[in-house]
Write a protein that binds this ligand. Structure first.
Ligand SMILES: C[S@@+](CC[C@H](N)C(=O)[O-])C[C@H]1O[C@@H](n2cnc3c(N)ncnc32)[C@H](O)[C@@H]1O
Length: 263
Protein backbone atom coordinates (compact mmCIF):
# COMPACT_ATOMS: atom_id res chain seq x y z
CA UNK A 1 0.00 0.00 0.00
CA UNK A 2 1.41 3.42 -0.97
CA UNK A 3 1.36 5.77 2.06
CA UNK A 4 0.03 9.32 1.74
CA UNK A 5 2.82 11.49 0.39
CA UNK A 6 4.87 13.27 3.09
CA UNK A 7 5.09 16.87 1.91
CA UNK A 8 8.17 19.04 2.44
CA UNK A 9 6.19 21.18 4.89
CA UNK A 10 5.52 18.11 7.04
CA UNK A 11 9.26 17.35 7.06
CA UNK A 12 10.02 20.94 8.04
CA UNK A 13 7.46 20.89 10.88
CA UNK A 14 8.00 17.40 12.28
CA UNK A 15 11.29 15.79 11.25
CA UNK A 16 13.50 15.15 14.27
CA UNK A 17 17.13 15.30 13.21
CA UNK A 18 18.68 13.89 16.39
CA UNK A 19 16.11 11.08 16.61
CA UNK A 20 16.79 10.17 12.95
CA UNK A 21 20.50 9.84 13.73
CA UNK A 22 19.90 7.78 16.88
CA UNK A 23 17.45 5.53 15.06
CA UNK A 24 19.39 4.94 11.85
CA UNK A 25 23.02 5.96 12.47
CA UNK A 26 23.94 4.70 15.97
CA UNK A 27 25.85 1.77 14.55
CA UNK A 28 27.92 1.28 11.41
CA UNK A 29 25.47 -1.43 10.35
CA UNK A 30 22.45 0.88 10.58
CA UNK A 31 19.15 0.11 12.28
CA UNK A 32 19.07 -3.53 13.43
CA UNK A 33 15.62 -4.13 11.91
CA UNK A 34 16.86 -3.10 8.45
CA UNK A 35 19.71 -5.59 8.18
CA UNK A 36 23.23 -4.33 7.62
CA UNK A 37 22.20 -1.83 4.97
CA UNK A 38 24.46 0.98 6.22
CA UNK A 39 27.64 -1.10 6.15
CA UNK A 40 26.68 -2.22 2.61
CA UNK A 41 26.35 1.36 1.37
CA UNK A 42 29.50 2.53 3.17
CA UNK A 43 31.63 -0.28 1.78
CA UNK A 44 30.16 0.01 -1.74
CA UNK A 45 30.77 3.75 -1.74
CA UNK A 46 34.33 3.33 -0.42
CA UNK A 47 35.03 0.87 -3.26
CA UNK A 48 33.53 3.22 -5.87
CA UNK A 49 35.70 6.14 -4.71
CA UNK A 50 38.77 3.91 -4.39
CA UNK A 51 38.54 3.22 -8.15
CA UNK A 52 40.13 6.67 -8.53
CA UNK A 53 37.67 7.92 -11.17
CA UNK A 54 35.44 9.94 -8.80
CA UNK A 55 37.44 12.96 -7.81
CA UNK A 56 37.55 16.70 -8.45
CA UNK A 57 36.98 20.10 -6.91
CA UNK A 58 33.32 20.17 -5.81
CA UNK A 59 30.91 17.52 -4.59
CA UNK A 60 27.34 18.44 -3.61
CA UNK A 61 25.43 16.14 -1.23
CA UNK A 62 21.75 16.66 -2.06
CA UNK A 63 19.25 16.02 0.75
CA UNK A 64 21.94 15.17 3.30
CA UNK A 65 19.43 15.18 6.14
CA UNK A 66 21.44 15.49 9.37
CA UNK A 67 23.99 12.91 8.16
CA UNK A 68 27.73 13.02 7.51
CA UNK A 69 28.59 9.41 6.61
CA UNK A 70 28.84 10.04 2.87
CA UNK A 71 30.87 13.23 3.35
CA UNK A 72 33.25 11.31 5.63
CA UNK A 73 34.09 9.09 2.63
CA UNK A 74 34.01 11.76 -0.10
CA UNK A 75 36.18 14.27 1.79
CA UNK A 76 39.22 12.22 0.81
CA UNK A 77 38.52 12.80 -2.90
CA UNK A 78 37.15 16.37 -3.19
CA UNK A 79 38.51 19.78 -2.26
CA UNK A 80 35.08 21.17 -1.41
CA UNK A 81 31.79 19.64 -0.30
CA UNK A 82 28.42 21.39 -0.06
CA UNK A 83 25.88 19.72 2.22
CA UNK A 84 22.18 20.48 1.73
CA UNK A 85 18.70 19.69 2.91
CA UNK A 86 15.15 20.99 2.77
CA UNK A 87 14.74 20.95 6.56
CA UNK A 88 16.33 23.56 8.81
CA UNK A 89 16.89 21.30 11.85
CA UNK A 90 18.85 18.88 9.64
CA UNK A 91 21.12 21.64 8.42
CA UNK A 92 21.61 22.83 12.00
CA UNK A 93 22.50 19.30 13.13
CA UNK A 94 25.28 19.17 10.52
CA UNK A 95 26.54 22.59 11.60
CA UNK A 96 26.57 21.40 15.21
CA UNK A 97 28.96 18.60 14.26
CA UNK A 98 31.09 20.94 12.15
CA UNK A 99 31.47 23.24 15.16
CA UNK A 100 32.12 20.32 17.55
CA UNK A 101 29.22 21.46 19.74
CA UNK A 102 28.15 19.35 22.68
CA UNK A 103 25.21 17.11 21.79
CA UNK A 104 26.39 16.72 18.18
CA UNK A 105 26.03 13.18 16.85
CA UNK A 106 29.05 10.95 17.36
CA UNK A 107 30.15 9.68 13.92
CA UNK A 108 33.37 8.01 15.16
CA UNK A 109 32.05 4.44 14.65
CA UNK A 110 31.34 5.29 10.99
CA UNK A 111 34.70 7.06 10.62
CA UNK A 112 36.43 3.98 12.08
CA UNK A 113 34.55 1.66 9.68
CA UNK A 114 35.65 3.83 6.73
CA UNK A 115 39.29 4.09 7.88
CA UNK A 116 39.41 0.32 8.43
CA UNK A 117 38.07 -0.38 4.91
CA UNK A 118 40.64 2.01 3.44
CA UNK A 119 43.43 0.22 5.29
CA UNK A 120 43.81 2.94 7.94
CA UNK A 121 45.24 5.59 5.59
CA UNK A 122 44.14 8.12 8.21
CA UNK A 123 43.10 8.04 11.85
CA UNK A 124 39.51 8.69 12.88
CA UNK A 125 40.47 12.16 14.15
CA UNK A 126 42.32 13.03 10.93
CA UNK A 127 39.42 11.92 8.77
CA UNK A 128 36.86 13.87 10.78
CA UNK A 129 39.05 16.97 10.80
CA UNK A 130 39.56 16.71 7.04
CA UNK A 131 35.80 16.37 6.53
CA UNK A 132 35.15 19.45 8.66
CA UNK A 133 37.64 21.45 6.62
CA UNK A 134 36.34 20.28 3.22
CA UNK A 135 32.65 21.04 3.95
CA UNK A 136 32.35 24.67 2.86
CA UNK A 137 28.59 25.29 3.06
CA UNK A 138 25.37 23.78 4.40
CA UNK A 139 22.52 25.08 2.23
CA UNK A 140 18.79 24.80 1.88
CA UNK A 141 17.77 22.80 -1.17
CA UNK A 142 14.53 21.65 -2.73
CA UNK A 143 14.87 19.05 -5.46
CA UNK A 144 11.40 19.88 -6.77
CA UNK A 145 12.62 23.31 -7.91
CA UNK A 146 14.24 23.81 -11.32
CA UNK A 147 17.23 25.30 -9.48
CA UNK A 148 17.20 23.32 -6.20
CA UNK A 149 19.31 26.06 -4.55
CA UNK A 150 17.25 29.07 -5.75
CA UNK A 151 18.10 31.93 -5.43
CA UNK A 152 21.74 30.79 -5.12
CA UNK A 153 23.44 29.76 -8.36
CA UNK A 154 26.21 27.28 -7.62
CA UNK A 155 29.22 26.58 -9.80
CA UNK A 156 28.73 23.27 -11.67
CA UNK A 157 29.86 20.32 -9.54
CA UNK A 158 32.19 17.48 -10.46
CA UNK A 159 30.05 15.07 -8.48
CA UNK A 160 26.54 14.94 -7.00
CA UNK A 161 25.67 12.46 -4.31
CA UNK A 162 22.14 11.89 -3.04
CA UNK A 163 21.18 9.30 -0.47
CA UNK A 164 17.61 8.21 0.31
CA UNK A 165 16.32 11.65 -0.68
CA UNK A 166 14.61 11.36 -4.08
CA UNK A 167 12.17 8.65 -3.02
CA UNK A 168 11.27 10.81 0.02
CA UNK A 169 10.96 14.10 -1.87
CA UNK A 170 9.02 12.90 -4.93
CA UNK A 171 5.34 12.08 -4.84
CA UNK A 172 5.18 10.16 -8.10
CA UNK A 173 7.38 8.88 -10.92
CA UNK A 174 6.96 12.06 -12.94
CA UNK A 175 8.19 14.10 -9.95
CA UNK A 176 11.18 11.74 -9.58
CA UNK A 177 12.05 12.17 -13.25
CA UNK A 178 11.76 15.96 -12.93
CA UNK A 179 13.84 16.04 -9.72
CA UNK A 180 16.57 14.06 -11.48
CA UNK A 181 16.51 16.64 -14.26
CA UNK A 182 16.67 19.48 -11.71
CA UNK A 183 19.69 18.10 -9.86
CA UNK A 184 21.40 17.12 -13.13
CA UNK A 185 21.64 20.83 -14.00
CA UNK A 186 24.01 21.22 -11.03
CA UNK A 187 26.52 18.78 -12.55
CA UNK A 188 29.25 19.43 -15.10
CA UNK A 189 29.09 17.49 -18.39
CA UNK A 190 31.11 14.33 -17.74
CA UNK A 191 30.48 14.66 -13.99
CA UNK A 192 29.47 11.79 -11.73
CA UNK A 193 26.10 11.23 -10.09
CA UNK A 194 25.91 8.82 -7.15
CA UNK A 195 22.49 7.73 -5.91
CA UNK A 196 21.87 5.61 -2.84
CA UNK A 197 18.25 4.56 -2.82
CA UNK A 198 15.65 2.04 -1.73
CA UNK A 199 13.68 -0.16 -4.12
CA UNK A 200 10.04 -1.09 -3.57
CA UNK A 201 9.76 0.84 -0.33
CA UNK A 202 6.58 2.65 0.69
CA UNK A 203 7.55 4.06 4.13
CA UNK A 204 10.14 4.46 6.85
CA UNK A 205 9.46 5.22 10.49
CA UNK A 206 10.76 8.01 12.67
CA UNK A 207 9.31 8.52 16.13
CA UNK A 208 5.52 8.39 15.93
CA UNK A 209 5.38 9.10 12.18
CA UNK A 210 5.66 7.03 9.03
CA UNK A 211 7.30 8.98 6.18
CA UNK A 212 6.28 8.04 2.65
CA UNK A 213 8.69 6.66 0.07
CA UNK A 214 8.03 6.50 -3.65
CA UNK A 215 7.73 2.85 -4.72
CA UNK A 216 10.27 2.40 -7.54
CA UNK A 217 12.01 -0.54 -9.11
CA UNK A 218 15.39 -1.02 -10.75
CA UNK A 219 14.06 -0.66 -14.32
CA UNK A 220 12.41 2.65 -13.48
CA UNK A 221 15.57 4.10 -11.92
CA UNK A 222 17.76 2.99 -14.83
CA UNK A 223 15.39 4.32 -17.48
CA UNK A 224 14.89 7.63 -15.59
CA UNK A 225 18.65 8.15 -15.62
CA UNK A 226 19.00 7.23 -19.29
CA UNK A 227 16.25 9.71 -20.20
CA UNK A 228 18.25 12.37 -18.39
CA UNK A 229 21.38 11.56 -20.44
CA UNK A 230 23.29 9.52 -17.86
CA UNK A 231 25.32 6.42 -18.57
CA UNK A 232 25.18 3.98 -15.66
CA UNK A 233 28.60 2.70 -14.65
CA UNK A 234 27.77 0.76 -11.52
CA UNK A 235 24.56 -0.53 -9.98
CA UNK A 236 24.90 -2.66 -6.87
CA UNK A 237 21.95 -3.79 -4.83
CA UNK A 238 21.48 -5.75 -1.63
CA UNK A 239 18.22 -7.39 -0.56
CA UNK A 240 16.53 -5.94 2.53
CA UNK A 241 15.49 -8.03 5.53
CA UNK A 242 12.36 -10.16 5.64
CA UNK A 243 9.53 -7.61 5.64
CA UNK A 244 7.75 -9.54 8.39
CA UNK A 245 10.58 -8.75 10.83
CA UNK A 246 11.25 -5.15 9.74
CA UNK A 247 9.14 -2.78 11.84
CA UNK A 248 10.98 0.34 10.64
CA UNK A 249 10.42 0.29 6.88
CA UNK A 250 9.46 -2.04 4.03
CA UNK A 251 12.19 -1.77 1.37
CA UNK A 252 12.98 -4.82 -0.76
CA UNK A 253 16.46 -3.76 -1.85
CA UNK A 254 18.95 -0.99 -1.23
CA UNK A 255 21.12 0.17 -4.13
CA UNK A 256 24.21 2.25 -4.84
CA UNK A 257 24.40 3.62 -8.36
CA UNK A 258 27.19 5.52 -10.10
CA UNK A 259 26.42 7.27 -13.40
CA UNK A 260 28.15 9.71 -15.70
CA UNK A 261 26.47 12.75 -17.23
CA UNK A 262 27.00 12.81 -20.99
CA UNK A 263 27.02 15.93 -23.14
C1 LIG B 1 15.28 9.51 4.51
S1 LIG B 1 16.02 11.10 4.71
C2 LIG B 1 17.64 10.81 4.02
C3 LIG B 1 18.70 11.60 4.72
C4 LIG B 1 20.14 11.22 4.41
N1 LIG B 1 20.55 11.64 3.09
C5 LIG B 1 20.42 9.76 4.61
O1 LIG B 1 21.03 9.13 3.72
O2 LIG B 1 20.09 9.22 5.68
C6 LIG B 1 15.19 12.03 3.46
C7 LIG B 1 15.67 13.46 3.39
O3 LIG B 1 15.07 14.10 2.26
C8 LIG B 1 14.85 15.46 2.63
N2 LIG B 1 13.86 16.04 1.72
C9 LIG B 1 12.51 15.87 1.71
N3 LIG B 1 11.96 16.61 0.72
C10 LIG B 1 12.98 17.25 0.09
C11 LIG B 1 13.06 18.14 -1.01
N4 LIG B 1 11.96 18.53 -1.67
N5 LIG B 1 14.27 18.59 -1.39
C12 LIG B 1 15.39 18.20 -0.73
N6 LIG B 1 15.39 17.36 0.32
C13 LIG B 1 14.19 16.88 0.72
C14 LIG B 1 14.38 15.36 4.06
O4 LIG B 1 14.48 16.58 4.73
C15 LIG B 1 15.29 14.29 4.61
O5 LIG B 1 16.45 14.84 5.17
Amino acid sequence: MQHDFTEGEFYQANFEAAAYLTTYYSSETGNAFEGSQLSFTLSTLCQAFASGHITGKLLIDIGSGPTLHNALIASEYFQEIIMSDYVECNRKEIEKWLRRESGAHDWSHVSKFICDIEGKRSTIEEREEKTRSVIKQVLKCDVTQINPFHPIVLEPADCLLTSLCLESACKDQEAYQNALGNIATLLKPGGTLIIIGMLKETFYTLGKYKYSCLYIDQNFVKSALQKQGFVIQKFEAKPGPDKATNIMSDFEEIFVLVAQKTG
